[in-house]
Ligand binder design. Sequence first.
Ligand SMILES: NC(=O)c1ccc[n+]([C@@H]2O[C@H](COP(=O)([O-])OP(=O)(O)OC[C@H]3O[C@@H](n4cnc5c(N)ncnc54)[C@H](O)[C@@H]3O)[C@@H](O)[C@H]2O)c1
Length: 283
Amino acid sequence: MSDQAILVTGAAGFIGFHVARQLLAEGRHVVGLDSLNSYYDPALKRSRLIVLDRDPRFRFVQIDLADRQSIAALFAKYRFPTVVHLAAQAGVRYSIGHPHAYVDANLEGFLNVLEGCRHNACRHLIYASSSSVYGANTKVPFSVEDKTDHPISLYAATKKANELMAYSYSHLYRLPVTGLRFFTIYGPWMRPDMAIFLFAKAIVEGTPIKLFNHGKMRRDFTHIGDVTRVISKLVDTMSAITVPRSSCMSSRSWRRSWAARRQRKCCRCSRAMYWKPSRISGI
Ligand SMILES: NC(=O)c1ccc[n+]([C@@H]2O[C@H](COP(=O)([O-])OP(=O)(O)OC[C@H]3O[C@@H](n4cnc5c(N)ncnc54)[C@H](O)[C@@H]3O)[C@@H](O)[C@H]2O)c1
């Protein structure tokens, strides 16, 4: 197992904690990043970190994703081969009262992560998107082919924006990127703002359970164990792959024909002609 550390952002959060713990259990070195924000009780985040800190291969850094310089310095220091990006401002309802938190963490922060990967030879970026990108889609089951052009919350809009940003970086810089659209995740250490936690809390406290939409709400849930298994396999798969320098044959054949044409002269003025590729800014 390589000694090069994997970066897990949001390591003090629900999913990031489990992913970091799984990767450590597999013998990997992990750098966990989190701002420990107070979207929900930071004491729960600190308790998760205490568990991770027991492993000497774990290192925690408290950095805000929007802190461009600190993120750039972290990436330059470790040159992570794999980045599992799970930190984000989560929650749909919270975005109504706190829109800037979403732009800072999910847009600016995501760009800083992409830039870190781009400039430091990251071989695979895995990041969390969300089923909320399906918006008001009523067709079930959802499919990755379904339209995701109508997000109905700012949270969903930032997640959709992440998918587009990741696509363009993957295209421009040949950065292998995998986005995962999570459907509501549940399991131990879960987020206290989520329905299953609230139901359990009400049961323990002997208070009534609130059921919205008159109890007719239906939803897909995913167990955290399935999420960590998938991410661990993705980390394995991609570390075994040598990233192609050129993503397709056409790029190589273009280079050959360009070299040949370079020799030709313009018949009118005898000047050498240079066929150039389209500039990335031209599309
Ligand atoms: N839990 C779910 O059901 C679910 C569903 C769909 C998508 N997701 C996505 O999965 C990811 C993880 O979700 P989670 O449930 O573990 O949420 P979480 O809130 O428990 O974890 C996110 C962590 O990111 C940290 N964070 C937030 N903003 C930050 C910033 N600017 N800089 C550094 N750290 C910051 C928080 O402190 C938190 O610990 C998120 O991207 C979320 O949008 C989760």
